[in-house]
Design a protein around this ligand. Structure first.
Ligand SMILES: Nc1nc2c(c(=O)[nH]1)N[C@H]1C(S)=C(S)[C@@H](COP(=O)(O)O)O[C@H]1N2
Ligand SMILES: [Mo]
Length: 408
């Protein structure tokens, strides 16, 4: 760390209680000498081969360029949580390797009580963060484009973009520090409206255009409600692919809102934008107005764990999961005859804002192809429709999915 940077970093530690602040300064002094030999804050160590670093066994994942989709036929109906090793990965570029000892979160902007330019940002280290009171929450993480290929296979209107089936989703137990706590300790202005979160992965270049680092603004209200600065999944440090050392989590919102490898937060008194809320992750197309807002809350969806060993006359138990960004799932209905008749599935109680598991006994009465459907309704009354309007980005495919299965 260059001397100039470490001197202001030391001055600008978060204003905590007097005792805690002293401890932070002491910690910083120790960190400072270690950091002298280390790369600059947030800089990247040499990259390895692939865009994703964790193993991607073909039984668990479908590789999709810089991304990887979880296979639903690898999901164990007896397990509620998605293990970090099995969670889908969505990378705009590639997973950076970041040293937690030199990582910094820089917080600046004119929405702070004591407004700061980026150069004079408040600096929060990994150690600082680990010493603040933490919360653990269970929530769904889902990519906005999850189910995109169903626009083609089910509605006959293909869209470009990462060719996700239904596996760009998981339910994870996250641990981190409420962003509200950090903002309260720093002090923010009453008229602060937006916060822009920026990742430390390399700038995103597409079609010859450099869009800069992956970043997306969100309202201060969401920050104060339930945003989390996450450093653990399943009680273990984040895997590099999922944002080590620290990512943002905006529970119930589209995956892109949960910026990985978080490096910067700008707190602003004016509305902020980025291509990730103006160009992408908005509804565009014939059925949407030109000024449709950025996507935020996830829709209602369902997926089966594909059944095996189906045979005419043999009893089986169909299982799956339903989820919504707006709250709990109130009801799940299953059809085993392509939608002619529906029956209520047995649902388990969800943990936190994670998905709801369900089951439904079935004894097929004939061999050949059968179409299985699941339709969920959430606490706000939103139900999965038979069809969804087309949109250019292939976002929010929340229609009831037709699962064709062969019965012996
Ligand atoms: N910095 C950064 N954050 C990011 C992304 C990214 O490419 N870079 N991808 C976003 C998208 S589109 C999704 S769906 C989620 C995926 O999180 P995961 O890879 O941990 O499953 O991270 C989001 N956060
Ligand atoms: Mo995403």
């Amino acid at each position: 760390m260059p001397p100039a940077s470490s001197s202001y970093a030391r001055r600008d530690v978060l204003r905590l209680g007097a005792g805690a602040a002293a401890a932070l300064v002491a910690a910083r002094a120790v960190g400072g000498s270690a950091a002298a030999a280390a790369p600059a804050p947030g800089s990247l160590l040499p990259l390895t081969e692939g865009p994703i670093l964790k193993p991607l066994p073909p039984e668990w994942f479908v590789p999709l360029g810089t991304n990887a989709e979880m296979r639903w036929d690898s999901v164990d109906p007896r397990r509620y949580l998605t293990a970090p090793e099995r969670l889908f990965v969505r990378n705009h570029t590639r997973t950076p390797i970041i040293d937690a000892r030199t990582w910094e979160l820089r917080i600046h902007g004119d929405g702070l009580a004591d407004p700061r330019t980026p150069e004079r940002a408040h600096v929060l280290t990994y150690r600082d963060l680990r010493r603040l009171p933490a919360r653990t929450v269970t929530t769904v993480l889902e990519c906005t484009g999850n189910g995109r290929t169903l626009f083609a296979t089910q509605q006959g209107t293909p869209v470009s973009g990462t060719a996700w089936g239904l596996g760009a989703v998981g339910t994870v137990r996250w641990t981190g520090v409420p962003l509200s706590l950090v903002l309260r300790r720093l002090g923010i202005r009453r008229d602060a409206v937006d916060i822009q979160a920026t990742g430390l992965d390399e700038p995103f270049v597409s079609g010859g255009v450099d869009y800069g680092r992956v970043r997306r603004p969100f309202p201060v209200a969401k920050a104060l409600e339930d945003a989390l600065l996450v450093y653990a999944m399943d009680g273990r440090p984040l895997l590099p692919d999922h944002g080590f050392p620290v990512r943002l989590l905006l529970p119930g919102w589209v995956g892109i809102a949960s910026i990985k490898w978080l490096g910067e937060l700008e707190v602003s008194r004016t509305t902020l934008t980025s291509p990730w809320n103006t160009k992408w992750y908005r509804m565009t197309g014939p059925d949407y107005p030109a000024d449709s807002p950025p996507l935020t809350v996830l829709p209602v969806k369902s997926a089966f764990e594909p059944p095996t060993g189906l045979a005419s006359g043999r009893r089986t138990v169909l299982t799956g999961r339903s989820w919504s960004g707006a709250g709990a799932i109130r009801r799940v209905e299953v059809s085993t005859d392509g939608g002619e008749t529906w029956q209520r599935a047995r649902t388990d109680r969800a943990r936190g804002s994670g998905w709801t598991q369900w089951s439904h006994p079935w004894r097929p009465r004939s061999s050949g192809e059968h179409v299985l459907l699941a339709r969920a309704t959430d606490v706000t009354g939103r139900t999965q429709p038979d069809q969804v309007p087309f949109n250019d980005g292939g976002y929010f495919f929340s229609a009831v999915v037709q699962n064709r299965v062969a019965v012996a």
